[in-house]
Design a protein around this ligand. Structure first.
Ligand code: PMP
Length: 359
């Protein structure tokens, strides 16, 4: 048969989304299953978001503002960066993809720690680049020294996921400083801060304030997590103006929808509610971590809205056992299981399922 698609994509693992809650509930014959598998926050939209969305929909027959001016101004204000350095996209994962397109030709290399965000290998393969994966430290974090050593003249892009998905660990300022000093100036470093709002360790830097001025650093943020807009698909990056201009050239036109722009503006206007919600998640993160440690699971300290259970070969079995009790978690066989922090009741249900699975 004639081949219509690239042969190298056959071996590429697909992105696996968390299992559908309604499906599981139906299968188990229960009223509702609990999903703790996609690092969403367990709360509804922030105040003002539903109204802004409804209003935006009235103009749905028009294309959105391709320049995303109102939202970029709002982000510029909030984060103290010039608006021409901001690019928004259909989720930060789309921006990661576009950064690969902006920097790499086939045969170039993209560097990242492993395990980390499962989209990095997909983004890399998408542009025909080669993945260079540096194993996580025994403590499940980035080994930034080894990452610096793994850079070759073909390296064009490096992802540093901070805090790291799926392990929740975070690298501190001194280590990132050293890494950035070691990286050649023609390698673009993406500091992926999808979970920044959940960080409580004062030594874990806010990349926008600490590294925003470095010419070869791009900071990636999302409104999917703390800001509760996962379903509307919106993220943004902050780069130097020349990098931002190049990124805009390969950006899919109109990829930040009218509704996403309006919702993001309303979410950013929602005042202290985001901080309050993040504090609840952080308190629950501590409680879930302690509960799991009592069950002898060596959970690393998390700086994100999820925790990591390094269960090795038992990961898939543990995931299945939780599902059997109506709780969807995310096993990454053969390394571990990632569990999102939900409401206190959801977390209780997970801890009960974990206890049943592990004892
Ligand atoms: N970066 C990291 C580290 C993530 O975990 C995720 C979502 N799982 C993303 C980026 C992408 O998020 P979104 O596309 O929803 O902005």
């Amino acid at each position: 048969m004639t081949r219509l698609t690239r042969a190298d994509l056959e071996a590429l693992p697909s992105y696996v989304p968390g299992r559908n809650v309604a499906d599981l509930a139906r299968e188990l014959g229960i009223a509702e299953a609990i999903k703790l598998a996609s690092n969403e926050v367990p709360y509804g939209p922030l105040p003002g978001v539903p109204e802004a969305v409804a209003e935006a929909v009235a103009a749905a027959h028009r294309y959105p503002d391709m320049g995303v001016l109102a939202l970029r101004d709002k982000l510029a204000d909030r984060y103290g960066v010039a608006a021409d350095r901001i690019v928004t996209g259909c989720g930060s994962v789309a921006l990661a993809e576009i950064l690969a397109k902006t920097t790499c030709l086939p045969g170039d290399e993209i560097l990242y720690s492993w395990r980390s965000f499962e989209a990095y290998p997909i983004v890399t393969a998408g542009v025909g680049a080669a993945s260079v994966r540096v194993p996580n430290t025994p403590g499940h974090g980035h080994d930034l020294r080894a990452m610096a050593d793994a850079i070759t003249e073909r390296t064009r892009l490096a992802f540093v996921c901070n805090p790291n998905n799926p392990t929740g660990t975070a690298v501190r300022a001194a280590d990132i400083d050293r890494f950035l000093d070691a990286v050649p100036s023609d390698v673009l470093v993406v500091l992926d801060e999808a979970y920044r709002e959940f960080v409580t360790d004062a030594e874990v830097p806010d990349a926008l304030t600490r590294y925003g001025d470095r010419p070869n650093v791009v900071v990636l943020r999302t409104l999917s997590k703390a800001w509760g807009l996962a379903g509307l698909r919106i993220g943004f990056l902050v780069a130097q103006p020349e990098v931002a201009t190049a990124v805009r050239k390969v950006l899919t036109p109109f990829s930040t929808s009218l509704v996403a722009q309006a919702a993001a503006i309303a979410a950013l206007d929602a005042g202290d509610e985001v901080r309050r919600r993040c504090a609840l998640v952080v308190a629950e993160r501590q409680r879930v971590t302690e509960g799991l440690r009592k069950l002898s699971v060596e959970v690393p300290d998390s700086q994100a809205n999820f925790v990591w259970l390094p269960l090795g070969e038992r990961s898939a079995e543990f995931g299945a056992a939780c599902e059997g009790r109506g709780v969807i978690v995310r096993p990454f066989q053969p390394d571990g299981v990632r569990v999102t922090i939900g409401t206190p009741e959801e977390n209780d249900a997970f801890l009960a399922a974990a206890e049943a699975a592990l004892t």
